[in-house]
Design a protein around this ligand. Structure first.
Ligand code: C2E
Ligand code: CA
Ligand code: CA
Ligand code: CA
Length: 277
């Protein structure tokens, strides 16, 4: 307890206490999530703005717990980062997503790219490239079909290390995209040294793009910057045809969002792909 004034001691408020209890409970339950088959992946289509074709999918983690219900990755990924579990979970995600894509391609579904989110701890692993290439080998999937999404904040946390890892991934044909771009205060001098295939324009800029002149200006600037560096762009969080029209007008390459589809369980995604075919 902290002394506050003369004889007032401030303790955790009930809300804070409930919150920290939940964190402890979730964090401990998460240790069993993999073994108990409580983790699942959903897939959200990434669409070419030019012809509307599905050219990729982003794998997004879901945790279904018997008591807590569906826990958002925004809540449990940070816990997994803290308790070190993220590396094991991240490997499971890579394994599952690459095998899933291989299965779809074997079934004759059109080839596309599988985008997988990479956590800070995974990105820092010294043998990351070996691990990823081993997983691709075991899945029987060519390197070109995997794309790793790394947030701008993680890339910029240690830019020199990021440059080295990106160089290694690039050298073995694995594409990197920078996630949540625009929120991480990139220094452009480092940025031009990143071997980046694609920028994901953060959804916070897309939300009001048709109304807010600042957001319009930022998105246009990002797309022009990417273009001049030979990097593709994808806008995330696209929910309306107006947003789509604007993004097309300013030359964005790809789009992802509820306007096309929410993240879908594997079977529904395959059905969606077949429908498009
Ligand atoms: P993210 O990588 O930026 O993923 C985009 C988030 O936006 C996803 O939330 C997605 O469901 C949501 N989204 C997609 N379209 C729309 C839209 O049109 N409107 C709105 N409002 N939202 C949309 P989700 O699935 O809850 O994931 C949240 C975050 O959790 C992800 O943000 C990512 O940072 C993290 N995450 C998810 N799966 C993984 C994973 O396998 N590994 C790691 N390290 N992180 C993951
Ligand atoms: Ca992502
Ligand atoms: Ca994002
Ligand atoms: Ca995000």
């Amino acid at each position: 307890a902290k002394q506050d004034g003369r004889n007032n001691f401030r303790f955790f408020t009930p809300e804070m206490q409930t919150h920290s209890v939940r964190i402890l409970q979730l964090s401990s339950a998460l240790r069993h999530a993999l073994a108990r088959n409580q983790l699942q992946l959903q897939y959200q289509p990434q669409v070419s703005i030019r012809d509307g074709r599905i050219i990729g999918a982003e794998a997004l983690l879901r945790w279904q717990h018997p008591e807590f219900g569906l826990v958002s990755p925004a809540e449990f990924i940070p816990l997994a980062e803290n308790n070190g579990q993220i590396v094991q979970i991240g490997e499971w995600v890579l394994n599952t997503a690459t095998r899933q894509l291989k299965e779809w391609m074997d079934q004759g579904l059109p080839p596309m790219v599988m985008a997988v989110n990479l956590s800070a701890a995974q990105f820092r692993q010294p043998n990351l490239v070996d691990r990823v290439t081993r997983i691709l080998g075991e899945a029987g999937l060519a390197h070109q079909y995997l794309e790793l999404e790394l947030t701008e904040a993680v890339a910029m946390h240690d830019p020199l290390a990021a440059i080295k890892t990106m160089d290694e991934l690039h050298a073995c044909g694995i594409h990197m995209s920078i996630d949540d771009f625009g929120t991480g205060y990139s220094s452009l001098s480092y940025f031009k040294r990143f071997k980046v295939y694609k920028l994901k324009i953060d959804q916070s800029f897309v939300r009001d793009i048709t109304r807010d002149p600042d957001d319009k200006a930022i998105v246009t600037a990002i797309i022009n910057l990417a273009r001049s560096l030979g990097i593709r762009t994808i806008a995330e969080g696209v929910e309306t045809s107006e947003q789509l029209a604007y993004l097309r007008q300013v030359g964005c390459d790809e789009v992802q969002g509820y306007y096309f589809s929410e993240p879908l369980p594997a079977e529904s995604f395959a059905a969606y792909l077949k429908e498009q075919k």
